[in-house]
Design a protein around this ligand. Structure first.
Ligand code: ADP
Ligand code: MG
Ligand code: MG
Length: 927
């Protein structure tokens, strides 16, 4: 039996692999194969599969059988194609050894260029090309990269020597160093390696190749890669592929260069070809910001031939992939080579812009457009922007590239660690760096936005901003990082901790804390801006209307007051899924009455205060009903433990002591004592498992009576205005049928009585939340009385895991870090456990009552992968925060599309399905 295929060749217009084989070949390998098959100019090479990487680790870091032989065979084919031989002193072939995981991880993994150079081959390269300088330049680059990536010597040590050399020669750019100087540098570099490793720098090209491949495998377990996988929930089991590619050279002089490009603007989505290039440079020089790159269209003048080909190539590729792409290319003496392509990362704003444009261009269908926008990306349409009147009052200190749209104002942090500390203190942070690197990722996560001095639209900062949805101004030349504690911007010195404002849509940078206002979309919803004046709003609304055409789940909002209900309607909510009545009692004018009600020692006294609350509560409901204009409104009866309305025990004790010592009014002191006694009486060891939910209404029926009366009276009143309203009265924390029945009987009685008094007849529903395992398990019985179920998945998660939701964060973080949990079950619904209880409750509840209405009102109702699951469970609706309604609408549409794909036999590939493996708010695809 032959061995397994681990190596996939590509070259001369034919590849073993295809663009669809990302899992096996990684994103980069799949892209190279696809471009080769499209007859695009790509240097030949081969990809060692992710399977080989996984096998390598399974076999304690030895290659799986056959892998090396296959690699050597593929290398022979590359040699034939290039007409050069690896290690041949007279005619050497050089290769790059490149990492490439399934999802690209910006700069997290390593690439070594110019592998195959040694004292012999460097001479051959010089002779063959008649370019001694180029050969030595490649050599010094190779020794630097190999030493840092394979041998683990800090790259800075080499950069330091290079810097010193430049100073010695009084030149500012690496391109100004001549062949002899570069050769001297190589000697110095090698001496450094010898000193550090007590070994000579490896001369054997095959050893170099092998070690470089091992280093790429090893980078999968590098510290940066591990941290990145943690943030983006990328499974460790994916592994990385290794691409070995014949070198083409951008460092052969001024007709050579290297560049990166996007087929459309990745920040705004504008349909313009967009890129940057650097002449006489190699690979990472463009993104590393060693010299400021030129806009790619300058090539049209300097190298018209190569530019024309680049232009044709990008069009061909975009047509083929039918999506915005990011590209890497190199020009060697006027000839263009493509080195990478993939679907480009984009901001949420750009995602919507590109998808709606491509529908208009007839390139993709509306459904395809819906699939391409990550629901969480829509949140970027809601991010605040600077108040333009305020912004106009400020003079910009400088201007950089608008790399991540939006506005960020916060205190300057100059290191990622400081950013994390400042964020932990509750401060708004803007990270300012010379340039960011993958090691900064934690600090970037903690910041609202980043400002960098160097680097372009494809720099690390820009790429990360697009994917994290952060504000970013990149390559702002006015920025000079002075030292550890201050930065100079446009000549003005600012200390760490001082306020800075950056506009990621224009690139402007200001000193001070410029106030922000709502985004255009929110302004339209609030009626402050005409829809016709906002292109952003129109596209946002267009995508959502397409979503409405395909989704089956209804989307409601959790709203407690009329203003929230109004916003919810603006975002397209089709009702209120949860009105938490207790929120209405926290208002300043109500808490004292509420406290008196709680303090009451007899039911009669309690009723007296409840009577005072009744008209207030009724007005709240009238407001909600009016806003919802006939859509259903679910009102939950009082739920939280009562002590939440009372002052803290410790605070009261301090106050009493103070009053007594300062001779306070004795009546006041006595009243405080009574309050303290009641607080102590109400004290519970586990209030979340104590006197709350329906237990309140059962032990104090006056409360349920008052609330029912308010709900029904309000509905009667609104009905008289001609609006039909069907209130849904929801009983919280039911665990037993008898609880449900006891409350329902009471509600019925009061409701009938109230309607009689109002002289009206209207329909209403009485249902329950399912938030205790016992409720789920006995759903068949509970449905005998309950007319609807609403899954309160916050509590249901808490009670299913037996994990307090108020204390969970620390435990969950630890569990995630140690791989005991993949995701936070309070953020992403736990399908296996909580989901099983839901499924049981749904099936059995519907057995008893086929028309049982089903919804979810936990925080999960606005989280895309949980929404998908709710769709699969067959719920009628999800209910979420007003600001997440749009996200839920899109997620619900994607769930419906995924189902359609699955029944059509296709593999579901919605962003929602993908994001279930990721943290919310961020999307990741490629760099
Ligand atoms: P990353 O995943 O960080 O982009 P790459 O493997 O794409 O890393 O390579 C880093 C840089 O080196 C890129 O600019 C790429 O275009 C360049 N490069 C890689 N292989 C070659 C090659 N064979 N010839 C010329 N340049 C190359
Ligand atoms: Mg690359
Ligand atoms: Mg609850």
């Amino acid at each position: 039996m032959g061995t397994k295929k681990y190596v996939y060749y590509f070259g001369d217009g034919k590849a073993d692999g295809t663009g669809k084989m990302k899992e096996l070949l990684g994103g980069k390998g799949a892209g190279l194969a696809e471009m080769t098959n499209l007859k695009i100019s790509v240097p030949p090479g081969f990809t060692i599969s992710t399977e080989a990487c996984l096998e390598y680790y399974r076999r304690k870091k030895t290659y799986p059988p056959g892998m090396w032989d296959q690699a050597m065979n593929a290398l022979k084919r590359v040699e034939r194609s290039m007409g050069a031989r690896f290690g041949d002193p007279a005619n050497p072939l050089l290769v790059s050894v490149r990492s490439g995981a399934r999802a690209s991880m910006p700069g997290m993994m390593d690439t070594v260029l110019n592998v195959g150079l040694n004292e012999q081959t460097v001479k051959g390269l010089a002779a063959k090309t008649h370019n001694e300088r180029f050969a030595q330049d490649s050599y010094r680059r190779f020794v630097t990269m190999y030493s840092s990536i394979v041998l683990g010597i800090e790259r800075d040590r080499f950069e330091e020597l290079l810097k010193r050399k430049k100073a010695e020669r009084r030149v500012s750019h690496d391109t100004d160093l001549d062949a002899k100087t570069l050769q001297e540098l190589v000697v110095q570099f090698k001496a450094l390696v010898k000193h550090e490793t007590v070994r000579d720098f490896p001369e054997d090209p095959l050893e170099q190749l092998k070690m470089a491949i091992n280093a790429v495998f090893a980078s999968w377990y590098g510290k940066r890669a591990i941290e990145y996988r943690r943030i983006y929930s990328i499974p460790e089991t994916w592994g990385t592929a290794v691409n070995v590619v014949a070198m083409v050279f951008g460092n052969m002089g001024e007709t050579s260069g290297t560049g990166v490009a996007f087929t459309r603007d990745p920040a705004s989505g504008n349909p313009i070809f967009f890129g940057e290039c650097l002449m006489n440079a190699q690979g990472e020089d463009v993104v590393a910001g060693i010299r400021t790159p030129l806009p790619v269209n300058t090539l049209a003048k300097t190298l018209p031939h190569a530019y024309k080909e680049l232009d044709a190539t990008y069009r061909k590729l975009e047509r083929h992939y039918r999506d915005m792409l990011d590209l890497e290319f190199t020009i060697q003496e006027g000839r263009l080579y493509m080195l990478q392509t993939r679907v480009g990362k984009r901001t949420g704003i750009a995602a919507v812009r590109i998808a709606t444009d491509m529908v208009k261009e007839g390139v993709i269908s509306k459904e395809e457009a819906l699939r391409r926008i990550g629901p969480d990306q829509l949140a970027q349409y809601l991010y605040p922007i600077f108040d333009s009147k305020e912004e106009d009052k400020h003079q910009p200190l400088g201007k950089g590239l608008p790399a991540g749209p939006g506005a960020a104002a916060g205190k300057i942090a100059l290191t990622p660690d400081h950013a994390v500390e400042m964020k932990a203190r509750g401060e708004r942070v803007v990270l300012v760096r010379q340039e960011t690197s993958p090691d900064d990722i934690h600090g970037m996560n903690a910041s609202l936005g980043f400002l960098t001095a160097r680097g372009g639209m494809t720099s690390h900062a820009a790429v990360v901003a697009r994917q994290m949805g952060k504000v970013c101004v990149a390559g702002c030349e006015a920025v000079e990082v002075e030292g550890a504690t201050s930065v100079k911007i446009g000549g003005r010195s600012l200390k760490e901790g001082e306020f800075l404002s950056i506009n990621g849509s224009t690139g402007n940078v200001y000193a001070g804390d410029i106030p922000v206002v709502e985004s255009e979309v929110i302004q339209v919803i609030q009626g402050k801006l005409e829809p016709s004046q906002s292109d952003k709003y129109r596209r946002f609304a267009m995508v959502l209307s397409w979503a409405d055409d395909v989704r089956r789940l209804r989307v409601r909002a959790n709203a407690d007051i009329p203003e929230q209900a109004k916003i919810a309607r603006g975002f397209g909510a089709e009702g209120i899924g949860l009105c938490r009545t207790e929120h209405m009692f926290f208002a300043e004018d109500r808490v004292p009455i509420m406290q008196k009600m709680i303090l009451a020692s007899t039911p009669e006294e309690r009723e007296r205060y409840l009577t005072q609350l009744l008209p207030l509560q009724k007005q709240d409901f009238i407001g909600l009903y009016r806003e919802m204009k006939g859509f259903p409104v679910t009102i939950r009866l009082l739920d939280p433990p009562l002590h939440e309305f009372l002052p803290k025990r410790e605070d009261l004790m301090v106050e009493i002591a103070r009053l007594e010592l300062t001779g306070g009014d004795s009546a006041v002191i006595e009243e405080r004592h009574r309050l303290l006694a009641r607080v102590e009486e109400l004290h519970e060891f586990n209030p979340m498992l104590g006197l709350r939910g329906c237990r309140l209404g059962i032990t104090m029926p006056e409360i349920t009576r008052m609330q029912t009366r308010a709900i029904i009276e309000a509905a009667c009143e609104v009905a008289k205005e001609g609006k039909k309203i069907v209130p849904e009265i929801m009983i919280p924390l039911v665990g037993m049928l008898s609880e449900m029945k006891s409350q329902k009987d009471l509600i019925r009685e009061v409701a009938e009585e109230t309607m009689k008094q109002c002289g009206a007849k209207l329909s209403y529903l009485i249902g329950t939340m399912i938030e205790l395992p016992r409720a789920a398990v006995t759903a068949k019985r509970i449905a005998e009385e309950a007319e609807f179920f609403s899954f309160g998945t916050n509590d249901l998660t808490q009670t299913t895991f037996g994990l307090s939701r108020d204390d969970a964060a620390k435990i969950v973080d630890y569990y995630k870090l140690h791989k005991i949990l993949d995701t936070d079950p309070f953020a992403v619904l736990d399908r296996e456990g909580v989901g099983a209880l839901m499924r049981m409750a749904i099936t059995e509840g519907r057995q008893t009552r086929p028309d049982l209405k089903l919804g979810i009102c936990g925080e999960h109702g606005g989280e895309p992968s949980s929404v998908e699951f709710c769709h699969q469970l067959g719920l009628d609706y999800v209910s979420c925060s007003p600001y997440r309604v749009a996200i839920a609408r899109l997620a619900a549409a994607q769930a419906a599309l995924a189902e359609k794909d699955a029944t059509a036999g296709k593999k579901p590939r919605t962003p929602a399905a993908r994001s279930s493996r990721r943290t919310s708010r961020s999307r990741s695809r490629s760099w």
